[in-house]
Design a protein around this ligand. Sequence first.
Ligand SMILES: [Zn+2]
Length: 260
Amino acid sequence: MTETATIVQDAPADFIQVNTESDARHHLCAVYRLLAHFGMDDLIYTHASARVPGEEAFLINPFGLLFEEITPASLVKVDFEGRVLDNNRHAANAAGFVIHNGILRDRPDLQCVIHTHTRAGVALSCLEAGLLPINQFAIEFHGRLGLHDYEGIAFNLDEGPRLNRDLGENFGLILRNHGLLTVGATIPAAFYFMYYLEQSARVQMDVLATGAPYTVVPPEVLSLTDTQFTSHRRAGSAGHRMWPSLLRLLDRKYPNWDEN
Ligand SMILES: [Zn+2]
């Protein structure tokens, strides 16, 4: 009989609290800075959003700023009709509004949406086979990613329902011929999924680039591993354990990153 190791490390993580607009601005700003830090930005393009607690509105990046320039106060607050609510001198990106509004408006269970155009993520999105469960990073996403066909730059509001249809209950989407998208019931969860989806894409593209045969994980091991990953059972808490350390990383590397 196989014994399971005692999970001594599985003490409860400290949950971040996002109870106010100020909290949402702080933690979403951290998402942008971390995307830049880990090489997941695309100049001023792509976007991440966070719901404003208690309001029919969300925060998104000011169009025209690099992610490393974004501050809590510069994030643009928009409602689901596309109205800017905070007298922001910056505009929001139209395609960003379509994508994030389309998902957040109809999914009150989600607090955060992150979209990227990384080299590995775009490359993965061009593959007919999608993400292959050939390494531990990717196995966490096995059966938990949707696929969304490319419809051109997302300027049409009617793409929102189709994004939601394709997202379903998954952790995220491969946006075919375009990039990656993850969602979270919390801001750390959405970032956790994006960080590891990106790692999955990087590894897969590196493996395929060798042209060498790769080993396939047997179905029974995929099933076992699915029971070991707990992120799908507690999607809201994914990423919470690492989030305080990531905020400390920002404090060390980018002093005053959260000052307006
Ligand atoms: Zn995009």
